[in-house]
Design a protein around this ligand. Structure first.
Ligand SMILES: Cc1cc2nc3c(=O)[nH]c(=O)nc-3n(C[C@H](O)[C@H](O)[C@H](O)COP(=O)(O)OP(=O)(O)OC[C@H]3O[C@@H](n4cnc5c(N)ncnc54)[C@H](O)[C@@H]3O)c2cc1C
Length: 309
């Protein structure tokens, strides 16, 4: 990662996932001075994926971590500057946009927001206190800590099933707790999960409390139809219950939809000239690595046209 002292750029990209990195590949390859600001892992959320089977060009699939590294390498080849900092605000001035970060302010003529989304929380007692002590939001990161131990996954979408499949390689068994009686995950994901002997499902069930002093010991559950409560002895609770858009830093600057996603045109333009948005952060995004990468490329192409004007 390069952290340059330079403060002024033609383009600043917020977020280093597939959308941000694709935008960066395009803008830096077009010789626009470009800075990408990423607060976490360059590569974004796809780096949590065990195996990505639907990104074109990888017939045998590719690990999310490798895909992220390859994108970063490609962007670095064209000279994209990357700084590791959190963006905390955005200020619009007459002649420039000021991007406020934990490492100072940076200025740009164009900003591409590609900050994606983060995992939703359960908001139940014990979750916060036991995070990192058995409560996790990333099986790829934490599954090896649960070798031959029972774990629960809360959620019923693709992310939850992806987590459960990865955990099954380590844990003694994996109980998927879902508040409905059928999954939201795609059929292919469901088929994989049902074929895995270590994975069980608890339907119509919600987690009410995570118990344990210094580590997770058990999960208090409630059957939503009968109201019956039960206890599940597990040492790990993996939460995969939807996403929250990472748009706190643009609140009051850009119009957002009710759920907090950024509304754009099909050119990735927002309501504010010179501010574009790309990837999972966009309203109605299919939230896939390839669509995020496509959005990033589109945003970069129209950002360049904006600068030419
Ligand atoms: C477990 C898992 C498996 C998946 N499997 C697949 C799959 O098989 N195929 C597929 O196509 N998709 C898959 N996805 C979805 C895919 O990862 C996303 O659709 C894709 O990463 C979205 O890219 P993005 O660039 O829009 O956002 P993200 O990848 O979310 O990147 C956004 C980046 O912005 C950064 N950021 C956020 N806020 C700030 C801030 N204020 N300051 C600085 N940086 C900030 C974040 O740290 C993050 O790195 C999977 C996701 C998960 C979690």
């Amino acid at each position: 990662m390069t952290a340059k002292a330079k403060k002024d750029y033609e383009v600043i990209i917020i977020g280093g996932g597939p959308a941000g990195l694709s935008a960066g590949i395009y803008t830096s390859r077009s010789r626009l001075s470009s800075l990408l600001i990423e607060m976490g892992v360059v590569g974004g959320r796809i780096t949590d994926a065990e195996l990505v089977e639907n990104y074109p060009g990888f017939a045998e699939g590719v690990s999310g971590a490798e895909l992220g590294q390859l994108m970063q390498k490609q962007a670095a080849k064209y000279g994209l500057n990357i700084v590791n900092a959190e963006v905390t605000g955005l200020e619009l001035k007459k002649d420039k946009k000021v991007v406020k970060t934990t490492k100072g302010n940076f200025n740009a003529k164009v900003v591409i927001i590609a900050s994606g989304s983060e995992r939703g929380k359960l908001g139940i007692p014990g979750e916060k206190q036991l995070t990192g002590k058995g409560v996790s939001y990333c099986a790829t990161c934490d599954a090896p800590f649960f070798k031959e131990k029972p774990v629960a996954v809360v959620g019923g979408g693709n992310a939850a099933i992806s987590e459960a499949l990865h955990l099954a390689k380590f844990a003694s068994h994996v109980i998927v707790i879902h508040r409905r009686n059928q999954l939201r995950a795609t059929r292919i994901m469901e088929e994989k999960a049902r074929a895995e002997a270590k994975i069980e499902f608890l339907w119509d069930t919600v987690a009410e409390k995570i118990e344990g002093k210094d580590e997770v010991k058990r999960l208090k559950l409630r059957q939503v139809k009968t109201g019956k409560q039960s206890i599940l002895d597990v040492t790990g609770v993996f939460v995969a219950v939807g996403l929250k858009p990472s748009t706190d830093f643009v609140k009051g600057v850009l119009p957002l939809d009710k759920a907090g996603y950024i509304i754009t045109s099909d050119r990735m333009e927002t309501k504010i000239p010179g501010i574009f948005a790309a990837g999972d952060i966009r309203q109605h995004s299919p939230r896939q690595a390839i669509t995020a990468a496509g959005d990033g490329a589109t945003a970069a192409v129209f950002a360049e046209k904006f600068l030419e004007l």
